[in-house]
Design a protein around this ligand. Structure first.
Ligand SMILES: Cc1cc2nc3c(=O)[nH]c(=O)nc-3n(C[C@H](O)[C@H](O)[C@H](O)COP(=O)(O)OP(=O)(O)OC[C@H]3O[C@@H](n4cnc5c(N)ncnc54)[C@H](O)[C@@H]3O)c2cc1C
Length: 435
């Protein structure tokens, strides 16, 4: 049995903690905030409740596996609900696409109605093609840790040198279809020109595995993981900021907290920004090379988020509406509101030069006089920006060169988002193994 300290109780930290506890290790979580969940949480004000960060996810198998492998199935604590409405795309030319999430035939029809048969065929062929990409990614880098060298066949399928923008230009003729594909880069805070084309695989995952919300919002998922941690007897310390990961002879020995407490450990799993971990918390010669590599990465551009409580009558929006343009604005309409009201979260991807309400009005959503509550979200750590395909190797590997140190979370392999951070925790639990 190893003594494990998990630094940070975001989704990835909590997922690592409960998996490792189930494998028989003695696990302590050190979280600097007073609450668990990090980006996953709810914002409540004036009778409204909004998801602070994630509001839906694809690849539900990642969450199902997490709960099964840490005790009992997810349904014992929280319910996944399928999104049945299409995602709405509103384009700069005034046209609107309601793109169904899971059905290939319905996607074909929706594109055909908007832009004609040719565009519709191009879109479904592009998404179909990502099926092979998914198989390669799954086998080479989403289930095992990222290998030093990928097999030649995998590289040929992934074509990592080809950017998402290039894929859009080569495989789609219609500007609106290109905008929809580019959004898979923008939603992660990256530029499509600097993002590998294979990132469009999320279009395939969503179509194949659906999109899911959590009954009660993603704050309920954080609560469920906190409960699972308590069932697994994880020692949870809140208000516990880690200021150093202590090492000796190239291996971890524990952590030091801001109040000076030293906690010994055989294994440390970090769920914090790897640039902070390697730049400020770890001072060991074995970290020299990786520090340099991680310092070469940059933070993805976090969305600027405003939560609105609105009085009806209002336009009826589906779970998510993407207002394409500069900047791209996403409206999520799934918050909880008192009768006769709606709760929207507005995410601005890009530099918001105008007030959010001005942006909405300019894109045709005249809701200024409907606002009864307005909450601005704190700015979150959104992971690492794509700066070409080499970013995949520059961001923190799950297994560090320092013995006993592991990295999970939005800044580590395989990247940000609910499915990827959950998969990263599974990779680390497998790498550590049973007690
Ligand atoms: C606005 C927004 C919307 C999003 N929407 C979606 C979505 O719809 N679907 C989706 O799949 N993904 C979405 N995401 C992304 C997803 O929510 C995140 O990638 C994921 O939750 C990140 O989890 P994490 O564990 O990596 O990090 P975090 O949640 O950032 O957790 C890190 C934790 O570490 C703690 N910490 C930091 N430093 C220290 C220290 N020195 N000592 C102790 N503790 C420390 C922090 O307090 C925090 O609790 C969204 C993200 C944002 C910001």
């Amino acid at each position: 049995m190893a003594r494990v300290i998990v630094v940070g109780a975001g989704l990835a930290g909590l997922a690592s903690a409960v998996r490792l506890a189930k494998l028989g290790h003695q696990v302590t979580i050190c979280e600097r905030d007073e609450r668990l969940g990090g980006v996953l949480g709810r914002i409540e004000a004036d009778g409204f409740s909004w998801d602070a960060g994630a509001a839906s996810t694809t690849l539900p198998a990642a969450l199902r596996d997490l709960f099964r492998k840490s005790g009992r199935p997810i349904e014992s604590l929280v319910q996944l609900e399928p999104v049945t409405e299409p995602r709405r795309h509103m384009f700069a030319d005034g046209s609107v696409l309601d793109l169904p999430i899971t059905d290939r035939g319905e996607q074909l029809q929706a594109w055909s109605d908007l832009a004609g048969e040719k565009t519709a065929q191009q879109w479904v062929s592009l998404v179909d093609g990502y099926g092979e990409t998914w198989q390669v990614l799954r086998k080479t880098s989403l289930e095992p840790p990222l290998k030093d060298k990928l097999p030649l066949g995998a590289v040929r399928t992934l074509k990592p040198w080809q950017s998402l923008e290039r894929v859009a230009q080569r495989q789609l003729d219609d500007d609106r279809a290109r905008a929809v594909l580019r959004h898979y880069a923008a939603q992660g805070g990256s530029d499509a020109k600097l993002t590998p084309g294979y990132v469009g695989v999320w279009s395939y995952l969503e179509r194949t595995f659906g999109r899911w919300t959590i009954d009660g919002g993603f704050g309920a998922l954080a609560d469920a993981l906190a409960q699972r941690a308590s069932e697994r007897k994880v020692d949870v310390r809140t208000g516990a900021e880690v200021v150093a990961v202590t090492t000796s002879d190239g291996g971890v020995t524990g952590v030091r907290l801001a109040d000076g407490t030293e906690l010994p450990a055989d294994i440390v799993v970090s769920d914090i920004d790897p640039r902070e971990l390697y730049g400020q918390l770890v001072d060991d010669p074995a970290a020299k090379k990786v520090r340099k590599q991680i310092e070469a990465t940059h933070q993805a551009q976090a969305a600027y988020v405003v939560h609105l409580g609105l009085q009806e009558p209002l336009p009826t929006l589906p779970f998510e509406t993407v207002l394409h343009g500069t900047p791209t604005v996403v409206v999520r309409a799934g918050g909880q509101a008192p009768a006769g009201h709606q709760a929207w979260s507005v995410l601005v991807h890009g530099y918001p030069t105008d007030d959010v309400l001005d942006l909405l009005v300019a894109r045709g959503l005249h809701i200024r006089d409907k606002v009864v509550s307005r909450q601005t979200s704190p700015s979150w750590w959104a992971g690492v920006a794509w700066e070409g395909y080499r970013t995949a190797r520059r961001r923190a590997a799950n297994v560090s060169p320092i013995k006993g140190l592991y990295c999970v979370g939005a800044g580590a392999h395989p990247g940000s988002g609910v499915p990827a951070t959950t998969l990263g925790a599974a990779i680390v639990a497998d790498a550590v193994g049973k007690a």
